[in-house]
Ligand binder design. Structure first.
Ligand SMILES: [Zn+2]
Length: 142
């Protein structure tokens, strides 16, 4: 009866990776070069993670969002979720769902990319000295 419910678009989507191509000064996944953010969308470069520098972006693309969790950071309690490259699945940073402190609300809906996980617009890589210690991505902004 319900022929119209037989959607075959699904099959087409499954084999393909949905990725957006950005234009301009692009930050991309270090591993697979998938575009993840634009330099123009940087809100702050004064973030830190366990591996060094991290940047706050107003928007990122081509990422999948992991499980939300409460994380206590230097600036208070935040609800965050790790974000992963849509193509290779490597963790690239985290996104802020909720900031529990009023003065941190500006972070909500924004995402942090760990600098050593991404390549810069000029193709530069930033290598952390202790890359082996891959763990959580604690935000510690100054
Ligand atoms: Zn990737």
């Amino acid at each position: 009866m319900c022929f119209h419910e037989h959607v075959h678009g699904n099959q087409e989507k499954m084999g393909r990776i949905f990725s957006v191509n950005l234009e301009g000064k692009i930050y991309s996944c270090k591993h697979c070069r998938t575009h993840v953010a634009l330099m123009d969308d940087i809100v702050s470069k004064s973030f830190h993670c366990r591996h060094g520098k991290a940047y706050l972006f107003s928007k990122v693309v081509n990422v999948t969002v992991g499980t939300k969790e409460e994380r206590m950071m230097m600036t208070g309690l935040h609800t965050v979720a790790d974000i992963f490259c849509v193509r290779c699945g490597s963790i690239v940073g985290w996104t802020y769902e909720t900031a529990h402190q009023k003065d941190q609300k500006y972070k909500e809906g924004k995402s942090v990319l760990e600098r050593y996980k991404i390549s810069g617009p000029d193709g530069s890589n930033y290598w952390a000295s202790h890359e082996a210690h891959v763990g959580g991505s604690d935000a510690e902004d100054v």
